[in-house]
Design a protein. Structure first.
Length: 197
């Protein structure tokens, strides 16, 4: 509850957020924070752990109806994953910009739940969990794919994460793929018609 209340404040103010602000947002006394966390930096590290954790996005992916058309399912998945990556960037970026460095061991990243460096394979485990959630969304259309749903899910995530990590283009440059364009390329390729090249 404390971390959930703190996340939007940390995303806005970074390490400059006060425990008094967090307590007010959580509807608790400030002393309650220090019964749960030894110090503010430990709370900030827990916020990083929550931001990079995949539980929330996995619940969102699991809630997508398998009765929807494939393109609609993938569009919802792309939006959930975009929001997840944006949340990570906002929280970690705000803390970094405000000078917070505690708990940021060399291995911290997706899958860290406590602000400490995750086990060496936790990033791989988090990616596997995300891939498996996308595979579930693809499974009803297994017979329609030339590739296995496992490979299609890996391609979807690779295209999506590459799109999300692409810097904003210069005004005269071509904009990155929209989610709908990304899904069209994934499902139909880039040729107007098979064999047209």
């Amino acid at each position: 509850m404390i971390v959930a209340a703190a996340l939007p404040l940390v995303a806005e103010d970074g390490a400059a957020v006060t425990t008094s602000q967090i307590a007010r947002a959580a509807g608790i006394g400030e002393g309650t924070i220090f019964r749960a966390f030894k110090h503010k930096d430990e709370l900030l590290d827990a916020c990083v752990g929550e931001a990079v954790g995949t539980d929330h996005v996995l619940r969102e992916l699991a809630s997508i109806s398998l009765d929807e058309p494939l393109a609609a399912r993938l569009a919802e998945a792309a939006e959930a994953l975009r929001a997840h990556m944006e949340r990570i960037g906002t929280v970690v970026g705000a803390l970094h910009a405000s000078g917070h460095r505690r708990g940021r061991g060399p291995g911290i990243g997706i899958g860290s739940r406590d602000g400490k460096a995750p086990p060496p394979d936790s990033r791989a485990q988090s990616f596997t969990a995300l891939r498996n959630a996308v595979i579930e969304l693809l499974e009803p259309d297994r017979a329609a794919f030339r590739l296995s749903p496992e490979k299609v899910a890996a391609a979807f995530l690779a295209l999506l994460f590459t799109r999300l990590q692409t810097p904003a283009p210069a005004p005269e440059a071509e904009a990155p793929l929209t989610p709908d364009e990304l899904i069209a390329v994934l499902l139909h390729g880039t040729l107007n018609a098979p064999g047209s090249a």
